[in-house]
Design a protein around this ligand. Structure first.
Ligand SMILES: Nc1nc2c(ncn2[C@@H]2O[C@H](COP(=O)(O)OP(=O)(O)OP(=O)(O)O)[C@@H](O)[C@H]2O)c(=O)[nH]1
Ligand SMILES: [Mg+2]
Length: 313
């Protein structure tokens, strides 16, 4: 069944694609078989992470980029990771309106994912969604995340090219620098360059990046006005340049290996933990150890050791 549906995904069936993505996001057992069938067909897409503060124009920029890729005849997958916030429904709705013209294009596929409920598994679920879009033949997969915590670092693990958006008015002290997210940037974008304060952000970024002694890839700093499509061709060119750099320098091969290793360890970790937990839950061992911690008979570390040695395999 999941083999058939995987075959249909490979043939470009959008309903099959939507279905598999739902399995993947919800961690259904069928997802595993489908991913196994799709995996040999992956590794071709260029994965671009776009991160930046809430409201910085990520979705608008992604839409503009996608349109430009389509002009060039390249197919696009878009994954938007929505923050767990009361506004996220509004954001999804807004994105739908912003990307309306794209949704009717068969060579574009847009998926929104909610971060809530993804028990440490958002990165894994995102990875799997990207894998599926890669397998179905998308040339480029764009992934949007809000740069507000761990997510943007995780996206840097998934993406080949990470674009970090900065905007004027996000504070003169450059929140992004403070948060350290510039370190993950392969390309820096000052979006909302139509606003007067953009120039000062642009200058600050230049000053900051001048300190960067990174040899090899020189992080470009670009200006965009996303809702007007300005600067988008230059951004697309910078992404292509970065891809070419990754290939030529051997970085891409290294990344693939690192990624394979991370995925293996993450999968092993998740499996070990779930096996351990289901065994310990069914024989009551987990509850007993929890009681022992509550009663101060055992500290959590010692209890964990006991849990592993008594029920692990
Ligand atoms: N002036 C100006 N406004 C822009 C530009 N790009 C986007 N916007 C506006 O900024 C607002 C937020 O844009 P979004 O694309 O939803 O931003 P986002 O970063 O995806 O937002 P979240 O997903 O909610 O974090 C919208 O009203 C856009 O029209 C720009 O270049 N200049
Ligand atoms: Mg958005």
């Amino acid at each position: 069944m999941s083999g058939d549906i995987a075959q249909r995904v490979l043939e470009g069936d959008r309903r099959a694609l939507t279905r598999i993505l739902t399995w993947v996001e919800n961690g259904y057992p069928e997802a595993r078989d489908a991913l196994r069938s799709l995996f040999p067909h992956t590794g071709r897409a260029h994965i671009v992470g776009v991160t930046g503060p809430t409201g910085s124009g990520k979705s608008t920029l992604l839409g503009a980029l996608a349109r430009e890729y389509r002009n060039m005849g390249r197919s696009v997958g878009i994954v938007a990771i929505d923050p767990t916030s009361p506004f996220s429904h509004g954001a999804i709705l807004g994105d739908r309106i912003r990307m309306q013209d794209l949704t009717s294009d068969p060579e574009v596929f847009i998926r929104s994912m909610a971060t809530r409920g993804a028990l440490g598994g958002l990165a894994a679920a995102t990875n799997d969604v990207v894998t599926v879009l890669d397998a179905c033949g998308k040339d480029v997969v764009l992934v949007e995340t809000v740069g507000a915590g761990q997510d943007e670092v995780e996206i840097a693990d998934t993406a080949h090219t990470t674009v970090v958006i900065n905007i004027p008015g996000a504070g003169d002290d450059m929140q992004a620098i403070k948060a350290g997210i510039l370190e993950i940037a392969d390309i820096l974008v000052v979006n909302k360059a139509d606003l007067p304060a953009a120039e000062s952000v642009f200058k600050q970024l230049h000053i900051f990046m001048a300190l960067d002694r990174n040899e090899g890839w020189q992080v470009p700093i670009l200006k965009t006005v996303s809702h007007k499509g300005q600067g988008i061709i230059e951004l697309l060119q910078a992404i292509d340049d970065h891809r070419a750099y990754l290939e030529k320098s051997g970085r891409l091969d290294q990344m693939r290996r690192q990624r394979a290793r991370r995925q293996l360890l993450a999968a092993a970790q998740a499996d070990l933990l779930s096996n351990l937990l289901s065994a310990a839950e069914s024989n009551g061992r987990l509850d007993k150890l929890v009681d022992a911690i509550v009663d101060r008979e055992l500290d959590p570390h010692t209890a964990a050791e006991k849990l592993i040695t008594s029920t692990g395999n």
